[in-house]
Ligand binder design. Sequence first.
Ligand SMILES: Nc1nc2c(ncn2[C@@H]2O[C@H](COP(=O)(O)OP(=O)(O)OP(=O)(O)O)[C@@H](O)[C@H]2O)c(=O)[nH]1
Length: 804
Amino acid sequence: MSLESTLDYYDMKEGYNLPQFVEASTSYELVSDPSDPSTAALPGLGSHFLGSQFADETNKRTVSLVLLFSLWATRTPMDRIKYIQVSSVTHKNEDLHKIRNIGILAHIDAGKTTTTERMLYYSGKIDHMGEVHDGNTVTDYLEQERDRGITITSASVTIPWLNHKINIIDTPGHIDFTFEVEQSLKVIDGAVVILDGSAGVEAQTVTVWRQADKYNVPRMIYVNKMDRMDSNFDFCLKSLANKFDTVFLPLQVPVRGSKAGISAIIDIINKHLLVWSGEQGDEIIRTPLDESHELYELTQRCRNELVEKLSDIDDEIAELVLKEDSYSIAVEHLYQALRRVTVNQKGVVVLCGSSYKNIGVQKLLDAVVNILPSPGTRKDLDNYNSFGDNLCASAFKVVHEKQKGPITFFRIYSGSMKKGQRIHVVRNEKNEQIQKLMIALADDYEEVSEVTKGNIAATTGLKHVFSGDFVTNSGSSVSNAARELQKRKKISYDECLNLLCPRMSIPEPVFFCSIEAPSQALQTALDNALEQLQKEDPSLRIKIDPDTGQTIMGGMGELHLEIVKDRIFTKYKVEADIGPLQIAYKEYLIKSAKYSHSLSVTVGAVNHAVKITLSILPKESEEDEFLVLDNSLDCVMNLRAITPKRLSVLRNGLEDGLQRGPKVGCQVSNAKFMLHWLEAKKMTSDSVLSSAAAQCVQKLLARTETIIMEPIMNLNVITDEKQLGGIMSDLSRRRADICEFTSRGHSRVIKALVPLAELLGYSKQLRIATSGNATFTMEFECYKEIRGKSENEVIKEITGFYPT
Ligand SMILES: Nc1nc2c(ncn2[C@@H]2O[C@H](COP(=O)(O)OP(=O)(O)OP(=O)(O)O)[C@@H](O)[C@H]2O)c(=O)[nH]1
């Protein structure tokens, strides 16, 4: 019996007859008698939450006594209590093997939305199927966003299937949203990759496949649109084998009807012919394919081929093949093997169907449950056992909804998350409280009181959690868990910490541009939009130019910043003006200098005065400290009096001062400081101290020397033999450093380090030059001195003038 989300009232007079299923981990709430308004005013009643403190009490009688004690403790008159509300009863140790957290990945238009809509319908989560062309599907969130201002379902939906729970997590596909895509890929345990049956592997399929490779996500293929005249299952299998280096294992064969397109599917494993009947394909008619059937031979051949392929990659099947005829190997042995090879990523199962014509989706869901891994099978998650029952969860998506405010989606790795619980954010060490705890259903949320490990939860009320953050129930539970893991792993404490709650590595923004509100009246709306977008996507950086006061956005690519602008318009209704896109060059410090600076400001009767002496020096290694104090005899007495707070204010001032380099006004890198002297009048404010430090840095920089560095991207181009020559010569014109050249199936992969300045508009140019037959991925690699072009040319590009 499932105890989830039970909501019922139990008569208190029969308190000793609590329901049979009362057991450890049940949560209770005391409520007034809903039919008697006078009880509502009782102190301590209503939302009073007794929590799940019955951890070890399994017997009904003890539970009742604990309840009675709670009533006494809250001074609640016994005779006025009539009911106990048992709400959202949850098993603490929900069987992890009954959960699937999956992503659906696809090239544009392959049928992701249509397929998800069918999944929701067949699981009973919606009563009517929507269609993409009618604009009424549940997960077509842009439609919904426009109409109703919600984006919830883009992050996750939960459906039941075969006594399991499937959490379908959205994985957006844009290259320029790599950060967002990666957050989603980190939290899924498996993925379904959808192909268009008439197109086979397309450009974006290759991109998502590579991303899934990077995060070791086990996957399966669903070849959709098999109803189309030009669909071709064999062609799709060939294109898969050509593009990707793994063993593909078709479990089905589409059967064409008298008209074009699919009419039935052969289930190779069960040796059945499956025909979908009813208007919505609700019913599947199964016909055994025995020797008398005309499809028997085909089924036998395909099954033997499947077993042969499996025996090459799975030892247990290889042993069975030696003992018995491959056609008679039992279904359960095959499923176990398919699961093993999928989880270990030795093979990829292929299924087919037509979501639009309601053929095949139920079997796809069966395969998700039977073949894709559960959180319980993932050995890499064992580290989280060191948290014991304490919470550890990672935020993978933040969306802002008009009514609910920020909604943060979490994958829970350990313990459980409770409504009203206080959480600790590992990155910024902030503590805050969850308000509502929810699970996302089809087009809405269901509020729950607890979500346990392995699951996905949505929360409201969290302001300090960004996408990619880890949260726990307290700061000490992180350190305790790291120490616990250290005992088992025999590695350093820091390494353990990083295994459990990896620090978010936010990629460097390589492009930037100014952004302005169209009018003063919309400035606050724009600031608010930018703040919210930054929480959703930490790879978007916002800062104010200290000289011009302009707001500057930094991002990962041209498309990234364009989409930010679009989102600000569609969601926040601010038509912001965007300045020209610029590359984030840096100025690399190569010479030291020393300077003494004084600043005196009088505000009212108070004189704020600072005298500061600093040296700026090029770093000798990355580990060098940013600021050190001069410990020579002359200085040590003066510097001893500085408080840690003043030092931190000073540090902020130094960082501000480095924002404008002496050559072209770009951020200065490779700098460290030595503080020799600091005098500040007693009443001097932090802002005057920080300004004095920033001004001193500017004076120092005018006395040093820098060289301009440009961002270099790691580019991977995947193409076929024919296009290779053209792409290579184009890359050499782009000042590329070709690092590696490999083959993957029939594809060629070029790895190169290319200056970002040479990659503006590359996506469009590559598409035109190769008629869409090549794809690429790129990510920031490092900053390097400019080569193949003079620094003066770059200075002219940035400032508009050649240096004098
Ligand atoms: N013939 C046929 N058309 C289909 C099938 N599945 C989806 N389509 C159509 O293909 C188009 C794209 O389908 P979607 O479900 O929006 O595909 P998607 O992958 O979600 O597309 P994006 O959200 O744009 O990436 C729509 O017009 C669908 O009606 C199918 O099985 N057969």
